[in-house]
Design a protein around this ligand. Sequence first.
Ligand code: CO
Ligand code: CO
Length: 305
Amino acid sequence: MGFNKADDAGVYRINEHQALVQTVDFFPPIVDDPYAFGQIAAANALSDIFAMGGRPLTALNIVGFPLGTMPLSVLTEILRGGNDKIEEAGAVVVGGHSIKDKELKYGVSVTGIIDIAKIVTNSGARPGDKLFLTKPLGTGIITTAIKRDRADEELIRTVIASMSALNSRAAELMVKFSAHAATDITGFGLLGHAYEMASGSDVTIKLWSDKLPILQHAVDLAGEGMIPGGAADNREYLREHVRLAGSVPRNTEHLLYDPQTSGGLLIAIPQSNASEFGRALKSAHIYSQPIGEVVTRDLVHLIVE
Ligand code: CO
Ligand code: CO
């Protein structure tokens, strides 16, 4: 059905009503606990299927493992974490492939199915839509703090819980409430993925910085310089596309560019469904306040107030 590089997953029509959705993602560990890393990597890969409104069916594991220098039990735990998440998502692991690698890497290729009439792309946002974000920002900043030994156990638990949570429930609700557009927030950060949605939809996205969900301590840690490398690239890439109000606090600004792992869904919901959608998110214990709105195209694609 065409290949749009900015969409979350590839879509291949198999009959009049249905299409396959396919995606792949893998990366080196971002937390020390191998079981948690497996869960996070799988939740992250599955997210691209959910972002389009699809249902995951099968998964293939992808592993690079430093055989000989790392005990095999580490790999067993990673795969157990991945498998548990894939099962929770209602899909099954049908195989995979591993190679010997200096650096440990794990990820999943996921195939899902989707009702063609209900595909949610990132290019359908319309003026008037309200924007929702289903997970708090700050995973890049906090995992950087973990690497520099600046995060305590409680914060580590919190960020793991957030990154390993599936976007499945939010995705079901967005389809139910006729979302116009959606994408999941990953490496390009909130503004990077919002930019793809805004340019793809030929609209401007306005975000309200005081309504953003943010992980505890992330703002302070940003102020202490716990900024991941990718954030500067995101900022540079978006320089000409963002208008930032002077009222946005400097440390909150860092969250806008923070590369996320297994971030939430950014969803554009028609205004008429927005309050009911918010209530449904709330009863599912998902952040439910709108974080912004879609307006007609301005000189820039992104405005942050
Ligand atoms: Co994505
Ligand atoms: Co992806």
